[in-house]
Design a protein around this ligand. Structure first.
Ligand code: NI
Length: 187
């Protein structure tokens, strides 16, 4: 089932998330619904808070970018309770990002080029992987959602100033996108 996407201004995006356990009610259904919602809105990643659930759960599918970045072909991941470790002294790269929860805004964000990711998949298998490049960016963006952070929190003060009126309009419900949304006023 397609779910509405909670957008900038809604408190659920700023709410701490809980660890997922095998007893988390409706987990399999939630994962399926997140996939369906993400594909229907042409996203490449989605985190549970974006569908109104304060859980440490992410789905990523970057296969669609495989023509430009062959290493992304076939990369689909359910991340349960993901944990990122970074070498803070390692290089960062700036590249444009967008977010289903911040429709119509794209801004460059500086991210670590390489990360180490530990996660559990939907079969409860644990994984450890060094991830770099664009996938590392997507993972960092989605995991930020689990810790009350949006990409617009990470842009420069000047860029933030430039999008201020767009964000203010979003808070007033003036936003157009081709998927169902829940805004600040729970429309
Ligand atoms: Ni996002």
């Amino acid at each position: 089932m397609k779910l509405p996407i909670y957008i900038y201004g809604h408190p659920v995006l700023r709410t701490p998330t809980e660890l997922v356990t095998p007893d988390t009610p409706g987990l399999a259904e939630l994962i399926e619904n997140m996939k369906e919602t993400m594909y229907a809105s042409d996203g490449i990643g989605i985190a549970a808070p974006q569908v109104g659930k304060s859980l440490r759960l992410v789905y990523i599918d970057v296969d669609v970018l495989g023509d430009d970045m062959p290493e992304l072909r076939g990369r689909r991941m359910v991340l349960i309770n993901p944990e990122i470790t970074v070498d803070e002294s390692a290089p960062t790269v700036s590249r444009e990002e967008g977010c289903l929860s911040v429709p119509g805004i794209h801004e460059p964000v500086s991210r670590h080029e390489k990360i180490h990711l530990h996660w559990t998949d939907e079969q409860w298998q644990e994984h450890d992987e060094d991830i770099e490049g664009y996938l590392a960016r997507v993972v960092q963006h989605e995991c930020d959602h689990l810790f009350e952070t949006l990409f617009i929190d990470r842009i420069s003060p000047i860029r933030k100033q430039l999008i201020r009126s767009k964000l203010a309009a979003m808070l007033k419900g003036k936003v157009s996108c081709n998927y169902r949304i829940v805004g600040k006023n729970k429309r």
